[in-house]
Design a binder for this molecule. Structure first.
Ligand code: AMP
Length: 395
């Protein structure tokens, strides 16, 4: 795996695919700069070597050249985060870009306009990728968030850099973190899978079941398992077409000697609301008209015990409807157990959409070993898929 350390960027132009798909408010101000911060180490290393950076990214899902999706809006934020005044050019291909790239000096940064202003980007157009490839001596992919897409700038472009291509430090760290959990892990390994549905996590379960020692199940998908096992689940979330699948997973786990831990009690509510009446009951005995929205205290204790004994921890998905305060306790207690295990020397990786939101909301981000920056990309890696953006750089 080639990384930045395999190159000296002195007097070289690095063409870096970053993921600056950041949220903006109504005044086009960046409301969360995590993704820009995440690209900083790569940019700084290249500048410190004596090179220059041409940054390319997408922003949102524009239909053609829509100004609200212009990367111009974020140029000041990038300058502030990196500490270097960033130059911006109104296009990502063509004459104007050629001139701006030509004039770029060592130590300077040029930000190109939104790649998705051209539909060729998402279509993975080879000619478009070739035009982009002119803007750098070395291609650096540091966009983990889009590594699962076979787009012009994320994968197709790599063929125009037969030798001079590598992973940026963010992407390299993401790859190493997942590898540390799934392939080079210190045992026991525990995966916590929460969130809404079994169907969206089944690919992960199938891929990790042989690699981990414990799988903790929480969130809405709990109830598909409980129903399949003969419990009464009231009005809880359920996927009736996945009952057999749930049983198959439990059977496979038994064959592979992987322990699956299901919640033994649930905090149930008579409505999907913070104002609902609540009570804690046995997960297998949820009355009609009530739904499980969080794990109960006995479950939290059980899960904490498993986590305390784990050396490697993967967390994907909340244990309850954490967005509603009254149903966030199980997720918070899980976060506490993971951070405590981390403080005691375990390696913990958090990734995939909502668990990252939960980790940020409750302030666990600094206390776990690594928080992944890619939702879909992370899920696909956990499913054991080879991501096009990674494969293209390895070729
Ligand atoms: P996912 O994107 O699959 O990780 O799902 C995350 C969502 O699952 C969050 O928005 C949670 O509110 C939701 N969730 C967690 N537990 C439950 C539950 N018991 N019932 C319904 N939704 C839940």
């Amino acid at each position: 795996m080639k990384t930045l350390n395999d190159f000296n960027f002195k007097n070289k132009k690095a063409l870096i695919r970053v993921d600056f798909n950041v949220p903006l408010n109504d005044e086009f101000q960046v409301t969360d700069d995590t993704r820009i911060q995440a690209a900083k180490p790569t940019i700084i290393k290249i500048l410190e070597d004596g090179g220059s950076c041409v940054l390319m990214s997408h922003l949102g899902r524009p239909k053609g050249k829509e100004d609200q999706f212009s990367l111009r809006h974020i140029a000041d934020k990038v300058s502030e985060v990196i500490g270097v005044q960033v130059k911006f050019v109104n296009d990502c291909i063509g004459e104007e870009v050629a001139e701006a790239v030509d004039n770029l000096k060592a130590g300077e940064i040029l930000l190109l306009e939104n790649l998705r202003f051209y539909e060729e980007e998402k279509n993975g157009d080879v000619a478009f990728a070739e035009q982009l490839s002119q803007w750098g001596d070395v291609y650096v992919n540091d966009a983990f968030g889009t590594a699962h897409r076979e787009h012009a700038s994320t994968a197709i472009i790599a063929q125009f850099f037969p030798e001079n291509k590598c992973f940026g430090s963010l992407l390299a760290t993401e790859i190493e973190s997942i590898d540390k959990v799934l392939n080079n892990s210190e045992k026991p390994v525990t995966a916590i899978l929460g969130g809404a549905k079994v169907s969206s996590k089944i690919g992960i379960v199938e891929n990790i079941i042989e690699k981990v020692d414990h799988i903790i199940i929480g969130g809405g998908m709990t109830f598909t398992f409980i129903k399949a096992l003969g419990g009464t689940i009231g009005n809880s979330l359920v996927e009736d077409d996945k009952l057999q699948l749930a049983l198959d997973i439990l059977k496979l786990a038994e064959e592979k000697d992987t322990k699956i831990h299901l919640p033994v009690d649930a905090l149930i509510a008579d409505a999907f609301s913070n104002d609902a009446n609540t009570q804690t009951v046995d997960t297998y005995e949820i009355p009609d008209g009530w739904m499980g929205l969080d794990v109960g205290p006995e479950t939290s204790d059980n899960f904490a015990q498993v986590i305390a004994e784990s050396k490697t921890i993967l967390w994907n998905g909340p244990l309850g409807v954490f967005e509603l305060e009254n149903f966030s306790k199980g997720t918070i207690e899980l976060g506490n157990a993971i951070t405590e295990a981390t403080a005691n020397g375990a390696f913990s990786l958090v990734g995939g959409g909502d668990s990252v939101a939960a980790v940020k909301q409750f302030g666990f981000g600094e206390k776990v070993s690594y928080v992944s920056t890619g939702g879909g990309a992370m899920l696909e890696m956990l499913e054991g898929k080879t991501l096009p953006g990674i494969e293209a750089v390895l070729k």
